[in-house]
Design a protein around this ligand. Structure first.
Ligand code: BTN
Length: 257
């Protein structure tokens, strides 16, 4: 039986490359629905009525976008999985770049941007110690700005960036394969390849970081992450800060005007 109060339907279920994919027409949030599903299950919905973004924001999830949640196992030492939110960002970015968008980029921790506009976002939920739900939202041919005019000029969608709009299901398959690949890298216990890829993807950017708990702010150049996932931020005076994710409230890029 469905567990989401918004669902009056049974999903279409199919097995793909080690994943069980459950597809719905409408749910509240695919992440919420995936909360109690076993690892290697993925949930996709055509529409989310209460899509969730990071830091409690809502995520507009209108028809013709990709709204996907994938449950990954995270057994053993939790430290091994501390890079998972960043790895998920890299997985999604690598799929998008391979579509023919080499300038798509990550904004820490895992926003996917083209120029200053947001193409996609990732929300990682931990409902249990031994699994993580990776929620990926990607604007494909949907129009979030028509649903929320405040998003006008702030969002990007693949339909405007590519000569041919990719089918949502083909994007989904590529994303699941990329998540499997990054999960395998973390499971191997050697995150050096992932750190290298991420540090290349960050490029050196001027950022302003608001520290958690009202403990101030730091401006500087983002030099990347260390092997534990801490942000490496170099101040103009030369000092290097290693900031674990829990110490960062907000990172804002300072872009040239
Ligand atoms: C963000 O950038 O704030 C994260 C957005 C994450 C949106 C996706 S869509 C699929 C999954 N289900 C949700 O409710 N949220 C994530």
């Amino acid at each position: 039986m469905p567990t989401d109060p918004a669902i009056a339907e049974e999903p279409d279920i199919r097995a793909i490359d080690g994943w069980t994919l459950r597809e719905f027409a409408e749910v509240t949030s695919t992440n919420s629905l995936a909360a109690h599903l076993p690892p290697w299950t993925a949930v996709r919905a055509t529409v989310q009525t209460a899509g969730r973004g990071r830091t409690g924001r809502r995520w507009i999830s209108d028809e013709n976008g990709l709204w996907l949640s994938a449950v990954l196992p995270t057994p053993g030492d939790p430290a091994r999985w501390s890079l998972l939110p960043l790895a998920a960002g890299w997985a999604a970015l690598s799929v998008i770049r391979a579509l023919g968008l080499p300038d798509a980029r990550l904004c820490w921790p895992n926003d996917i941007l083209v120029g200053r506009r947001k193409l996609g976002g990732i929300l990682v939920d931990r409902f249990s110690a031994d699994a993580a739900v990776i929620g990926i939202g990607l604007n494909v041919a949907n129009r979030p700005d028509l649903v929320d005019p405040a998003l006008n000029g702030k969002t990007a969608r693949l339909a405007d960036l590519l000569p041919d709009t990719p089918a949502v299901i083909s994007l989904l398959l590529r994303l699941l394969a990329a998540l499997t690949r990054e999960h395998d890298r973390l499971e191997s216990g050697d995150a050096s390849g992932l750190c290298r890829d991420l540090n290349h993807a960050w490029l050196h950017r001027h950022v302003h970081v608001t520290l958690a708990g009202g403990s101030g702010a730091i401006s500087g150049h983002l030099e990347g992450i260390d092997p534990a996932g801490a942000l490496l931020l170099r101040e103009a005076a030369g000092g290097l800060h290693a900031l674990p994710a829990h110490r960062v409230d907000l990172l804002r890029e300072v872009l040239p005007t």
